[in-house]
Write a protein that binds this ligand. Structure first.
Ligand code: APR
Length: 255
């Protein structure tokens, strides 16, 4: 594949012409905000036991599970900010270049950057749900000093509204993601290893529907030699900014 520069120039052209473009993001886009990815060197699962996100462990040991969940997903996530990669995707939505964003991330950074059409395939840390009466609370409104947190209405055990291992994908986000993958002309895969199903079926669906697949990742992934038409190796923030630079200069030349 030819150089990043010439590929990103070509991609800018493809992107501007696309009538419906979708981005599909994973932990890699949030790495530059300081959130470690799940796998690979320094990944979350190399430092914490993933059992804390197994449903039966959570119900058997709610205190132990919540103590780790709070440390990983709340104490630390609270003050992380969107980075250049998030900001470019928000700009493209505002400019009508990006029509939907499917994310596996639960850090709410795409919404903080300004994207509205966001399908949270694995849920989000920004809401807690009561495991008894299903009431929803914004995580900011619940004090996590007292663990495990309890529902203000029925005193039931609260759970973060992201999926634990063994849990199903949120129905609405799943359907919206399938619909978007089916109708898109350009599908951007950004910062995801492709190791986790059923999320990794969504890019395959976009490919089958005839979309141009553009992948941005620091390393080759499960998609690279299978479905990606373009593979731009490097950091998401830098590469998305480079593509945006080419888009803006093409728009200036056409205006
Ligand atoms: N820019 C681009 N890509 C990056 C960057 C970066 N700065 N940093 C890391 N990456 C890439 C890595 O090369 C890797 O391919 O991001 C990917 C992160 O992969 P994972 O850690 O497996 O994250 P993800 O694919 O999102 O995992 C999917 O697994 O544990 C579950 O629910 C969790 O949503 C998560 C799911």
């Amino acid at each position: 594949m030819n150089s990043i520069h010439s590929q990103s120039k070509e991609i800018a052209e493809v992107f501007i012409k696309s009538s419906y473009s979708v981005a599909f993001t994973g932990a890699g886009i949030s790495a530059e905000s300081g959130i470690p990815p799940f796998r690979g060197e320094g990944g979350i699962w190399s430092r914490y036991n993933p059992e804390v996100l197994e449903l039966d462990f959570f119900f058997r040991q709610p205190f132990k599970s919540w103590a780790v969940i709070k440390e990983i997903f709340y104490d630390f996530f609270q003050d992380v900010k969107p980075n250049a990669g998030h900001n470019v995707l928000a700009k493209w939505e505002m400019e009508g270049l990006l029509h939907a964003l499917i994310t596996q991330n639960i850090d709410n950074l795409h919404q903080k950057a300004g994207n509205h059409e966001v399908y949270e395939f694995h849920g989000t840390t920004s809401r807690l749900i009561c495991t008894y009466c299903n009431n929803i609370f914004s995580s900011e409104s619940v004090l996590l000093e007292q663990l495990p947190p309890r529902c203000a209405d029925c005193n039931g055990l609260l759970k973060p509204d992201f999926i634990f291992f063994g849990e199903g994908i949120p129905e609405k986000a799943y359907q919206q993601s399938i619909d978007a993958a089916r109708k898109c002309k350009v599908f951007l895969i950004i910062g995801t290893s492709g190791e986790v199903s059923p999320a990794n079926q969504i890019p395959a669906l976009a490919k089958e529907s005839g979309a141009v697949i553009i992948e941005i990742n620091k390393e080759p992934s499960m998609y690279t030699n299978r479905i990606s038409d373009y593979f731009l190796q490097g950091s998401a923030g830098e590469i998305l900014s480079l593509i945006d630079h080419h888009i803006q200069s093409k728009k200036e030349n056409h205006s």
